[in-house]
Write a new protein. Sequence first.
Length: 400
Amino acid sequence: MRLANATLPDGSKHDIEVSGGRIAALLPASGKPAAGDALDLAGAMVLPPLVDGHIHLDKTLLGLPWVPNQATGNRVADRIEAERKVRAARSVPESETGANLVRQVAASGTLHMRSHVDIDNQLGLRNLHEILKVRERFRDLVTIQIVAFPQSGILRSPGTADLLDAAIAEGADLLGGLDPVGIDGDLDGHLDPIFAIAQRRGVGVDIHLHDGGEGGIAQIRAIADRAKASGLQGKVVVSHAFALGSVPTDLAERTADLLAETGVAIMSHGPGGAAIPPLKLLREHGVVVFGGSDNIRDAWSPFGNGDMLERAMMIGYRANFRHDEELALAFDMVTTSAAKVLGIASHGITAGGPADFVVVEAGSLAEAVAVRPPRKLVIKAGQIVAQNGVLTAEATSFGR
Ligand SMILES: [Zn+2]
């Protein structure tokens, strides 16, 4: 297979030679109409696959009739309660709704994702088992990393620490966590089991932290200190980290320096109702920042569609990005940086790398982020898996 007359994100024009599912060579574009079995892209832009660094495949209600949000208050704890009601009324297994979401995100060009999966003493490992089925079913289409996520807290839900440990034994890839002070009211009581299990099992950690202000910063510092002490530098993430966006700049800078030193990355989805971390400041201080969808059509949020170009636009909108280099940062958050955090080997369009591409009509990378054009093609290992936002019949049939 050859993709003729492709424009790469840096603006360079190439013919891309594909063999055995990998990029055999990046040749100078001939500029002539493609002959033989080559696919002539006529100057369309070829992007690397999009990466969703934070999704909840087990929570989505995608494909089901509309479910109104049932939270009676605006706190995280209110939303946890509301989700219990939605969960109790659910009649379709998470493996089906999760599969609906995987098909939708793959059609929009996401080929790698990190999904948190709820674990507590009522659910046990049920949601993990459901999403493990989804991972197996779509393993030739997308990579799915799974975080064992204690959505109900660890101390508030006795027995959860043992379940988290069992989750890793059964196939989850990382330990999650949730507002050690805001939900469990005990910083060490929450973080001790997470880091003990992570260290013993040799896995990374990805903690949801909504707690804001200086209290939130203290928790971020505690997580960073533990990342270093446990030898987990480069394997720890704080998701959301609203606190970084709600404190004076000098405190955010000092915290950024600690995050960089301890190799703790920050995930942001471009929150609608909370302070967004200062992405450029963090990056300037050497912190890896990356993006994710977070909630999509579930008990937490009615919004979201899993389109990571649209997510890059929303992150840029919330961060007040305007210039092309700022839009490039938003794009990096949903591609290169997210791939780095997920440990995706050889992500990007380079000779020898996987022949995974997303083709769009855009005159520049910045335009692709601002306009988020339809995906003309999604190509996985040299095979077209989606066209104009619709999965091919072959890709749709995965696991059936
Ligand atoms: Zn989340």
